[in-house]
Design a protein around this ligand. Structure first.
Ligand SMILES: Cc1ncc(C[n+]2csc(CCOP(=O)(O)OP(=O)(O)O)c2C)c(N)n1
Length: 317
């Protein structure tokens, strides 16, 4: 199998994991933020990075990013409700805070925006190290309206840092449509910083992966930052418990017709890489992996109060 075919298959598998994990988590957690429809952005961004690269993912994609970087699915699931086996031993939810040991920077304060700057900081460290590592910041269209965006991109441009900025533009920030969040287009901000800006079809995983890899190669070679705007659509609600009554069903249906998984399946079949039966087998394999990891995680213990520091909170009470 050619390297291209292997990459395309790996991208498909990663998208399947993201979708299946979303589905399974959504059944037990109403506060989960599904990435339904945005899987191509996630797979395209996080597949194929170097082990020493650092990512600051958008929270809607944190779990997929962590998995792509080698984190254990069971431990990621255990982090959903703070179990002892999770990467932070129950201190922080894994949907907003990936394992730092896998090179994943979390949304530590819960505020959207600062991780874009964390990525610029990681890129500065990588530049000083001189080993060619790159940082990747991924953030939503709403997050791009925060001041952190400007500071991070400006610093990256001025210092020519090895950082790639990707706006995961799913056209909504909770119930606010992107047209009411920011004036003009996000990618058009790039020339103002003197860096390249590229708008990518965020529902096409091959286009997405190609654009991210080109921007990373440029950053690694000392060319500085690139701003990518991955244009996609949030097919689900803001959270799994959100029926999203603030948008029309015709809009959702139109975008459902551009489902990134269906599109990639058609491509894999047309190129003779994976037929319908092969795709069904892979889907079953992924469903088993996700179900098993979730079942194990649900059996995992909750952390001891001393790990969480609760013994101090309640000391003397
Ligand atoms: C600084 C800050 N403001 C508000 C929030 C509350 N909040 C959580 S998710 C969200 C929507 C973010 O929209 P976007 O960046 O487009 O990401 P999406 O949810 O669409 O993936 C908001 C406003 C927050 N976490 N941090």
């Amino acid at each position: 199998m050619s390297a291209r075919d292997e990459t395309w298959l790996a991208l498909y598998r990663l998208m399947l994991v993201v979708r299946e994990a979303d589905r399974v988590i959504g059944e037990i957690d109403g506060h989960w933020h599904p990435a339904l429809g945005e899987e191509a952005v996630i797979a395209g961004c996080y597949h194929g990075l170097r082990a020493d690269d650092v990512v600051a993912p958008h929270y809607r994609g944190m779990l997929g990013a962590s998995y792509a970087r080698g984190a254990d699915l069971r431990r990621l699931f255990a982090g959903l409700d703070g179990r002892a086996t999770s990467h932070t031993r129950g201190r922080y939810r894994s949907d907003v805070c990936g394992p730092i040991e896998a090179g994943v920077i979390g949304l530590y304060s819960g505020a959207l925006g600062p991780p874009i700057e964390y990525a610029a900081g990681a890129a500065l460290a990588a530049k000083l190290d001189g080993k060619g590592a790159v940082a990747l910041a991924v953030f939503g269209d709403g997050s791009a309206s925060r001041g952190n965006f400007h500071e991070a991109v400006n610093l990256g441009a001025v210092l020519r840092l090895p950082v790639v900025f990707v706006c995961q533009n799913n056209q909504y920030a909770i119930s606010t449509p992107s047209g009411s969040e920011h004036g003009g287009s996000i990618v058009d901000r790039a020339p103002g910083y003197g860096i390249p800006g590229v708008r990518v079809d965020g529902n096409d995983v091959v286009a997405m992966h190609g654009a991210v890899q080109s921007a990373i190669a440029r950053a690694r070679a000392g060319g500085g930052p690139t701003l990518l705007e991955a244009f996609t659509y949030r097919l689900g609600g803001h959270m799994s418990a959100d029926p999203a009554p603030y948008r029309s069903s015709s809009e959702v249906e139109e975008w459902a017709g551009r489902d990134p998984l269906v599109r990639h399946e058609a491509r894999l079949a047309a190129e003779g890489i994976l037929d319908g039966q092969g795709a069904a087998r892979l889907q079953q394999e992924v469903a088993r992996e996700v179900a098993q990891a979730m079942a194990q995680a649900r059996e995992d213990p909750m952390p001891d109060a001393t790990v969480l520091g609760l013994d101090r909170v309640f000391a003397g009470a």
